[in-house]
Write a protein that binds this ligand. Structure first.
Ligand code: ROI
Length: 165
């Protein structure tokens, strides 16, 4: 079976976010080979009266098909005890399928590339940790203004997601 290199955005701003994201990386590692970005703290996009988010991106090399992968991501979200308080509001765990190889997918359940990829620094900076030369729609992501002007805080280097020895 052929493997695909995928990128998954992780976000949390409810509960013990660092542990929740670490558990999510562990769960993702059951689906294929994983590499972790640095861990970032980012101010909320959306309503401002919610806590800052922790954000990261995982590169997953998997033989799962896109909708199979989506099912697994939603299962991991549910098993984390996912709580979502309001639209664009605080949540315990978000797993967004950002990129699936270079496939373009338009399906009622799934849009790839994810609509936010080009717009959100909390997705772009961790993506660039993993793949500094990444291009989308013939645009080098590292050259985007939103990347150059970003003020995200790095909380931890790439080893944050590794299980404790
Ligand atoms: N804002 C930040 N900073 N990080 C997120 O992961 C995030 N996720 C969301 C919304 C509510 C859009 N805002 C976010 O879903």
């Amino acid at each position: 079976m052929s493997a695909h290199v995928c990128y998954i955005g992780l976000g949390s701003n409810l509960g013990d976010s660092k542990q929740i994201l670490r558990d999510a990386v562990q769960a993702l590692s059951q689906l294929g080979q994983v590499r972790c970005s640095k861990l970032y703290q980012s101010p909320p996009m959306g309503p401002q009266d919610q806590p800052d988010y922790l954000n990261a991106v995982v590169e997953l090399t998997t033989s799962l098909a896109p909708l199979e992968l989506l099912d697994q991501l939603q299962k991991i979200e549910q098993e984390s005890g996912r709580v979502r308080l309001r639209h664009w509001g605080e949540r315990t765990l978000d797993l967004d399928l950002l990129l699936y190889g270079d496939q373009v997918i338009s399906h009622p359940r799934l849009t790839v590339p994810h609509v936010g990829v080009m717009l959100r620094d909390f997705v772009l900076l961790p993506l660039l940790d993993l793949n500094p030369n990444l291009e989308l729609q013939q645009q080098a992501l590292a050259e985007l203004d939103v990347v150059k002007t970003s003020t995200l805080t790095v909380l931890a280097d790439e080893t944050w997601g590794a299980p404790l020895a």
